[in-house]
Design a binder for this molecule. Structure first.
Ligand SMILES: [Zn+2]
Length: 244
């Protein structure tokens, strides 16, 4: 099984984080390691894929919380593994919830405050990113725990890259010009990862505290991609949890 380990969170940080890929699952050649129940996969396979990934990642499956994910900019405080509908970001300061998001092209952003011991997991597709969801998470961390953005660390995971992610004028217009590069045919190449980085920098985070994974999910078949594979595409999970 191939998994992604954020390097920005060191082993001594008291936090554990990982992201699954397409590799190492039981759902056949196309879906392989799919962790979503919503893509037509056999639920037994999904349960087994989740069990395998969480085991390799080193997190307790019973602690993992996933938001409902409706492409909103809503971030919720979460204290335990309960269902979290109608939101796309989760924040916690406890060890009883491992926060996760599911993605295939959308950008997962994991946040960690080493001093106040607060974490967040954010599902930042183009809609959530355009609405500034990562700023919502940073705002909540600042208001509730007095987190200082300059002390926070972030991981921006593999997702649709500026090399491949083609969008129309309507979408491009909602992004900074440097992150929506015009190409032929009135289309634009969108860099959602960079847009999230710019939002974090504008909130006061330090660039050296932000790890941006270089991989693009659309052209790299190690990953699931909705843009590439359409309806027969699985989902990956990015998770983060505080260690006791
Ligand atoms: Zn690409």
């Amino acid at each position: 099984m191939t998994i992604i380990r954020p390097a920005i969170f060191g082993p001594g940080d008291g936090v554990i984080a990982a992201m699954s890929t397409r590799n190492g699952g039981v759902s056949g050649p196309a879906l392989d390691l799919n962790i979503s129940f919503r893509v037509g996969d056999d639920p037994e396979n999904v349960r087994e894929n989740r069990r395998r990934f969480f085991e390799v990642a080193g997190v307790a499956a019973s602690s993992v919380v996933l938001p409902g994910q409706e492409h909103t900019d809503v971030v919720r405080y979460c204290t335990g593994p309960s269902v979290q509908p109608s939101c796309d970001g989760l924040v916690t300061d406890g060890t009883s919830a491992v926060l996760g998001v599911t993605v295939a092209d959308c950008t997962p952003v994991l946040l960690f405050d080493p001093r106040r011991r607060v974490i967040a997991a954010v599902h930042a597709g183009w809609r959530g990113t355009a609405a500034g969801i990562v700023r919502r998470a940073l705002d909540m961390m600042a208001e509730r725990w007095r987190c200082e953005p300059s002390e926070l660390k972030a991981f921006v995971g593999p997702s649709a890259g500026g090399c491949c992610y083609e969008v129309g004028t309507d979408v491009a217009a909602r992004f900074p010009a440097e992150c929506a590069v015009p190409k032929d045919g009135g289309k634009f190449l969108l860099d959602v990862k960079r847009t999230n980085v710019l939002q974090m920098l504008a909130s006061g985070m330090q660039e050296s505290h932000i790890e941006v994974h270089p991989d693009c999910t659309i052209h790299n078949e190690l990953y699931h991609s909705y843009r590439r594979d359409g309806l027969v595409s699985g989902r990956m999970a990015a998770v983060i949890g505080l260690i006791h």
